[in-house]
Design a protein around this ligand. Structure first.
Ligand code: MRU
Length: 495
């Protein structure tokens, strides 16, 4: 594990070597996130950044419903105001999941950009072209918005391992796209060589981080598609097309699922009288972690979009500081009232009656409902139970692993000691101090009030409700068309 994964240490610029196994050169590095939009720091680079991402916001939400449609329209309205374009509500939404670079944004007028505060969440990746995926380098947020290109599965694996992109649903989507890019690059290879390339790439991706099940789930979906065609098939182009469409399906389904989840979560929010709802959350579960609306933060954002008064307590999330660096950044963009707290402040706040509900995400939910999530989640669940506060997990079914019986079987990632011993490159513990740095913990199902999924709010016993939700989800999804050689879509047609 490299030290560059430490957000509390200055991050070395990504390599510019042309090696396709390296998430290569940065794409622009405007110092943007802290400056107030429209204020002195709102420079051309920043306008261009938001122009591009506004373009993506307008194209990423074609199939969602209810409050999420409101979110989409709101983002569209905000984006159009930002861009100085009279965009009708929802009028420019394109159904397909991922646009080509700019997706129309480049033709938009910059006029008026400085007059409007951009709001709405941003997705952590976009396509520069059919061959290059750009990831926001999440290690650098909130200080800098920097993008890192991914051209292959190796690039994607490295970006995931080094935390350029993180969050269970997001790494699944990026892994799928990386593998599809490699299949495209291998389209003209001999069948045996292609098999070696794709099997190797899948293994590298699966092992890039161990806890979030979305990663293996996404890779397995693409490899199942490959096997369906025949691993020794000489139809390289068709294989590339099939893997590409599977990757796009994963991204599109996530958009739909997370939207449904956000809507389902509205029913579980307590409704305190005469004052804002007080939510406590941990780690980062917004679009940066999930690709689209977010899970736990998606519920919060949907409530905010419905103009429900609320306030979010944001755990800083030691040691990697996803809460301080990313959740605070996303909530600020979204205009949601929030207060950053040291993790250990959660207990006293609960004891003082200042928390109505705890909502967290999940990296893997076992068949019995035991849930692995960011270190500190288990402690929150114990505290919530002690104070009679609902403890809610928000997770798409892609984070549920029915093949893992319970929490004891979930692999927990150990992360580098330097994340604990240093802060932004400054050592804070005596040299040589022993460190244990587990990235996740497991909350037993018995402490979980409900699990919110795209199939609704699930209650204990979770072994049954999770299984039922899976069955409903599988029934709802249109069965995928069996692979057929004709008509073959050109690679990248989904864009
Ligand atoms: O180590 P990370 O940042 O990849 O951890 C993942 C998370 O963001 C959290 O555990 C989150 O609650 C689940 S992913 C929506």
């Amino acid at each position: 594990m490299t030290d560059t994964s430490n957000p509390i240490e200055p991050v070395a610029p990504a390599s510019t070597e042309p090696d396709p196994a390296t998430p290569g050169e940065e794409v622009g590095s405007p110092d943007v996130a802290q400056a107030s939009p429209g204020g002195p720091g709102f420079d051309t680079d920043r306008r261009q950044f938001f122009r591009r991402f506004a373009g993506e916001l307008l194209t990423g939400a074609g199939q969602v419903v209810g409050v999420v449609t409101e979110l989409r329209d709101r983002s569209a309205a905000e984006a159009s105001a930002l861009l100085g374009q009279p965009t009708g509500s929802g009028a420019t939404v394109v159904k397909s999941g991922v646009p080509s670079a700019g997706a129309g944004a480049d033709s938009l007028d910059e006029a008026g950009a400085e007059a409007v505060t951009p709001a709405g969440f941003r997705t952590p990746f976009r396509f520069e072209s059919d061959d290059v995926l750009l990831l926001i380098d999440q290690r650098r947020l909130p200080d800098q918005l920097v993008e890192v290109p991914v051209r292959s599965a190796n690039d994607a694996a490295r970006a995931i391992r080094d935390m350029v992109v993180r969050g269970a649903p997001a790494i699944g989507q990026v892994a799928a796209i990386g593998l599809a890019l490699t299949a495209k690059r291998a389209a003209k290879a001999q069948a045996h060589a292609r098999r070696a390339i794709l099997d190797g790439a899948a293994n590298i991706l699966r092992t890039s981080r161990p806890t979030a099940v979305n990663l293996g789930w996404a890779v397995d979906r693409l490899m199942a598609r490959y096997e369906e065609i025949g691993k020794l098939s000489d139809q390289g182009r068709e294989i590339a097309d099939a893997l590409w469409s599977e990757a796009m399906a994963i991204v599109d389904e996530a958009t739909d699922d997370h939207g449904r989840l956000a809507e389902a979560g509205q029913s579980i929010l307590p409704a305190p009288e005469g004052r804002p709802l007080r939510v406590l959350t941990h780690c980062n579960t917004g679009p940066l972690a999930c690709g689209q609306f977010g899970t736990a933060l998606g519920i919060v954002q949907a409530a905010h979009a419905r103009e429900r008064p609320l306030h979010v307590w944001v755990d800083e999330t030691r040691p990697y500081l996803q809460g301080a660096r990313l959740t605070a950044w996303e909530l600020r963009q979204a205009g949601v009232e929030h207060t950053l707290i040291p993790d250990m402040a959660a207990g006293p706040l609960m004891a003082q009656g200042q928390v109505d509900v705890v909502i967290v995400g999940a990296d893997r939910v076992a068949a019995n409902g035991d849930t692995a999530n960011k270190l500190g989640t288990f402690t929150l669940a114990v505290l919530a139970q002690r104070h009679g506060i609902p403890f809610v997990v928000a997770a798409p079914l892609s984070s549920v692993d029915l093949s893992t019986a319970d929490g004891a079987a979930i692999p927990i990632e150990d992360r580098p000691a330097i994340e604990v011993t240093e802060l932004r490159g400054v050592r804070i513990a005596p040299e040589g101090t022993n460190v244990r740095n587990p990235a996740f913990d497991v909350t037993p199902a018995g402490l979980i009030t409900a699990i919110v999924t795209e199939e609704g709010v699930l209650r204990a016993p979770y072994d049954r409700s999770l299984q039922d939700a899976m069955t409903r989800r599988n029934g709802r999804r249109e069965p995928r068309r069996p692979y057929a050689l004709e008509p073959a879509k050109p690679v990248g047609a989904a864009f």
